[in-house]
Design a protein around this ligand. Structure first.
Ligand code: CAO
Length: 532
């Protein structure tokens, strides 16, 4: 017999209402006591609310964005009478445990190697394998996500359909797969696996495939919902791990394709924090240890006001600090004579004014940078995380630092080598406006191969920009000024543009730093070279 059971928000340690940021179950889900059903977030912390009863979800009474507090109704369940009160539930859990351990014991005696296949992926087309979430030898349960796939519209994790030890994966990142393709070989330890034939073909596995199909869809929905809400690009397994570790995914820069946050990114983010906590000192993952910042009561010395940093400042601040510590920086200073360039630009600007196009000096600097990057391919590169390989990029996507009211943002202009000065100028105007109105997508902020930070519109003679990892070099541009330049035994007034090139000394040596700056300067001094 079953009865309808209500699950309400328990005591969450505050009288205030808190935000619903993620709903972790959906109607029709079978949930157990203690399963997380909803994630709430107050201004201090986020928390998952566990189910107080087991059963099948009948109705969800809240939605993302609601504010709820203790006693508010979250969902209704069709509860099994035998599990509807906590004491009985505990008992049945104990019984289950002893039953499960018996099964595990039996299974380990009779473990069989089983091939598992991709379940119904909800499409007839092939989809891309974007991330492998397990490796050989890992113990899998039917909850363990094995692989993340990405189709045109959504990404999804495919969980294991059996419990057991992973023997072999039949796929690798970059493969294209379809429903029914071979996924993995598992030394299965559950009863389901103990069939006379150790190979379970997709057809034979159909009843189970139905189950898997359900869970695949479920995670797919979770991804799109979560992605819509947070603008972050991460699969369900990554989101789950982040939730388990209490990590805010918005603090992490994804290193996967299209900026996808991968499991390794979450691990990479958490590791130094754990080392810091254990060592009492700030570790940066590179073997350095730094003394903790002193805690000072500034109010002892006068009136103060404490102001929260913006979200952008918090995120970019962490990245800048990492880049500053990890990258051995050298900054090479130079100047370019842009007298002719500016005369040409002003002339063109007058001609294009009526069409509403404004040509910026930065567009020429970007084109000149591409010419120098082509001549010095190791500047258009990234160092592999292990530091033993250089990844040379065949594309020229230039990151441009944009000053916004909320902090520094890097917008990426793609394929600058294939665009003209007018197109670049227009695109620059569009992306800097978008950056200032928080309209840039994650994709428009990632994938640069070289970065330029131009403070020329503001002033200054030189500065030391911080390399924008994973790029290996960044060009700082300061304000051009008329200077006396000695030419043909006389001083002539020339418009000189200060350039400050910072680079990663692990990849670029000083001589090449100087050669790159020289070439850049010569190209800007004679922009006819850009058409050669
Ligand atoms: N020297 C002299 N004048 C310059 C110049 C230079 N190097 N670069 C630009 N200018 C002039 C422009 O021609 C323009 O003048 P007019 O209005 O008379 O034509 C004026 O300065 C304003 O330019 P701008 O800086 O607004 O536009 P831009 O296209 O050159 O740059 C952008 C766009 C987005 C890079 C810039 O607006 C910006 O945000 N810069 C700040 C970047 C930053 O914060 N970097 C620091 C990172 S490290 O903390």
């Amino acid at each position: 017999m079953s009865k309808l059971q209500e699950i309400k928000v328990p005591d969450i340690g505050t009288d205030s209402k808190v935000d619903v940021i993620e709903i972790l179950v959906k109607v029709g889900d079978k949930i157990q006591i203690e399963d997380p059903i909803v994630t709430l977030e107050s201004d201090k912390a986020s928390m998952d609310v566990p189910a107080s009863h087991a059963g099948i979800v009948k109705a969800i009474k809240i939605k993302v964005g609601d504010k709820i507090g203790e006693g508010d109704l979250v969902l209704t369940l069709e509860a099994d009478a035998s599990t509807s009160d906590a004491a009985t539930a505990e008992k049945s859990e104990e019984n289950n445990k002893s039953h499960n351990s018996e099964v595990a014991q039996k299974a380990s005696d009779n473990a069989v190697s089983q091939t598992i296949y991709f379940p119904d992926l909800g499409t007839d087309s092939s989809v891309d394998v974007v991330e492998l979430l397990v490796s050989n030898g890992d113990e899998l349960t039917t909850d363990t996500a094995i692989v993340t796939l990405e189709g045109d519209k959504a990404s999804m994790d495919v969980p294991s359909s059996v419990n057991g030890k992973l023997e072999k994966l039949y796929i690798k990142v970059g493969d294209k797969v379809k429903t029914g393709d071979k996924l993995a070989q598992v030394l299965a330890s559950d009863e389901k696996a103990k069939t006379p034939s150790s190979e379970s073909a997709p057809k034979a596995a159909e009843p189970q495939a139905e189950e898997t199909k359900h869970s695949t869809r479920q995670v797919e929905e979770a991804v799109s919902e979560a992605t819509d809400n947070t603008d972050l690009y991460a699969g369900p397994a990554v989101r789950r791990l982040a939730r388990e570790l209490g990590v805010n995914l918005s603090q992490i820069s994804g290193t996967g394709r299209k900026g996808r946050i991968q499991l390794s990114d979450v691990h990479g983010y958490v590791k130094p924090i754990m080392q810091q906590a254990q060592g009492g000192q700030a570790m940066n993952g590179s073997g350095f240890s730094l003394p903790a910042a002193p805690e000072v009561d500034h109010s002892k010395y006068g009136e103060i006001e404490t102001k929260e940093l913006s979200k952008i400042q918090k995120i970019s601040g962490k990245n800048l600090q990492r880049n500053w510590i990890v990258v051995p920086h050298v900054t090479q200073f130079d100047e370019a004579d842009i007298t002719e360039l500016e005369a040409f630009r002003k002339q063109q600007n007058a001609a294009y004014k009526a069409k509403g196009v404004k040509i910026t000096p930065l567009a020429f600097i970007m084109k000149a940078a591409v010419a120098a990057l082509k001549a010095f391919p190791h500047f258009n590169a990234s160092l592999a995380p292990e530091g033993d390989k250089l990844i040379l990029k065949k594309y020229f996507h230039i990151g441009v630092a944009v000053d916004t009211p909320n902090g520094l943002v890097v917008a990426v202009i793609r394929d600058v080598d294939q665009k003209g000065i007018l197109e670049i100028s227009q695109e620059l105007a569009t992306v800097s406006e978008k950056a200032r109105t928080k309209g840039l997508s994650l994709n428009e902020m990632q994938g640069s191969s070289f970065t330029i930070s131009s403070l020329g519109g503001i002033g200054g003679t030189a500065f030391t920009p911080i390399v924008n990892m994973p790029d290996v070099a960044i060009l700082g541009v300061s304000k051009s000024q008329i200077k006396p330049v000695y030419q043909n035994e006389t001083f002539v007034p020339r418009l000189m543009l200060p350039l400050s090139l910072s680079y990663d000394h692990r990849v670029i040596d000083g001589a090449d730093g100087a050669r790159f700056s020289r070439l850049l300067s010569e190209t800007l001094s004679d922009i006819r070279q850009l058409i050669l």
